[in-house]
Ligand binder design. Structure first.
Ligand SMILES: Cc1cc2nc3c(=O)[nH]c(=O)nc-3n(C[C@H](O)[C@H](O)[C@H](O)COP(=O)(O)OP(=O)(O)OC[C@H]3O[C@@H](n4cnc5c(N)ncnc54)[C@H](O)[C@@H]3O)c2cc1C
Length: 230
């Protein structure tokens, strides 16, 4: 009885604090990528200044009562304060459920944005490697790389149909890999220069650790890692 009262009190206090901190935005469009759990949300976030996004940012969205998840914006237009996020919803979780329930016109809530501290090297070749949860990050990295001809990426997606949709609708610079083993073989074939190539690894923790190890064994040292989930 006493524990339940303390829990209720904590929830009430949490909600009060949450309401003070939350900012609102609007869903402009929802696109479900066929044959995958990938959901793209195009959102309008009028309270965010996107002009200073020169490192890959992330946004902390409220996905449920007192529950927050980070998602990576890409394709932002600072003039209209719009951007997109791609959410991998192919598992059970509050973030995944939130994305599945959203519809065009819905109000969304977020606490704010921050930087992942990853920005493309200003002159060297930039290579982004990730999984389905890292697609937004790879696209943001591409958006920040000037000229874009210095950018290449590869993403592990087990459906070739989804891979084709991603290349056609988001970026031809996304090489589609069916497994981490295929990605490892592809990396060896690319023969990237160790002195002038920078790698950015994004997504599942085990995957980024394994890729980092492989790149190190190939003599690469310019590697930045951002692990998202276990
Ligand atoms: C800086 C940052 C940026 C991020 N950007 C994105 C983004 O743009 N898009 C995106 O989809 N995610 C992104 N993530 C991950 C995201 O914040 C959530 O961790 C993820 O969506 C899981 O939340 P959930 O509530 O759905 O599942 P949780 O309740 O957190 O997890 C439930 C279970 O699902 C597993 N799981 C979690 N994610 C996946 C997955 N992708 N595939 C398979 N199993 C999974 C977990 O290991 C756990 O067992 C980012 C994370 C960080 C730290």
């Amino acid at each position: 009885m006493e524990i339940s009262f303390i829990k209720q009190l904590k929830n009430k206090a949490g909600r009060l604090i949450e309401n003070q901190l939350l900012k609102t935005g609007r869903v402009n469009d929802v696109r479900n990528l066929e044959s995958s759990g990938l959901i793209e949300l195009e959102v309008h976030l009028p309270h965010i200044n996107m002009h200073n996004w020169n490192q890959v940012p992330y946004i902390k969205f409220r996905v449920d009562d007192l529950s927050f998840r980070d998602y990576t914006p890409f394709g932002w237009d600072a003039e209209t304060s719009t951007c997109s996020v791609i959410i991998d919803s192919d598992h059970q979780g509050p973030g995944s459920q939130w994305a599945k329930n959203l519809q065009t016109g819905d109000t969304i809530y977020y606490i704010g944005t921050d930087s992942t501290r990853q920005s493309p090297h200003p002159t060297d070749f930039v290579v982004g490697l990730g999984d389905a949860s890292g697609i937004g990050h790879l696209l943001a990295l591409q958006q920040l790389t000037v000229p874009v001809s210095r950018f290449e990426s590869a993403v592990v997606i087990d459906s070739s149909e989804t891979g084709q949709l991603l290349q056609e609708n988001y970026s031809p610079a996304l090489n589609i890999m069916s497994s981490i083993e295929e990605l490892a073989g592809w990396l060896v074939k690319q023969g990237y220069c160790t002195a002038h190539t920078w790698f950015y690894l994004i997504g599942n923790n085990q995957m980024v650790v394994a890729l980092r190890k492989q790149l190190k064994s190939m003599g690469h040292s310019h590697i930045q890692v951002k692990g998202f989930w276990n």
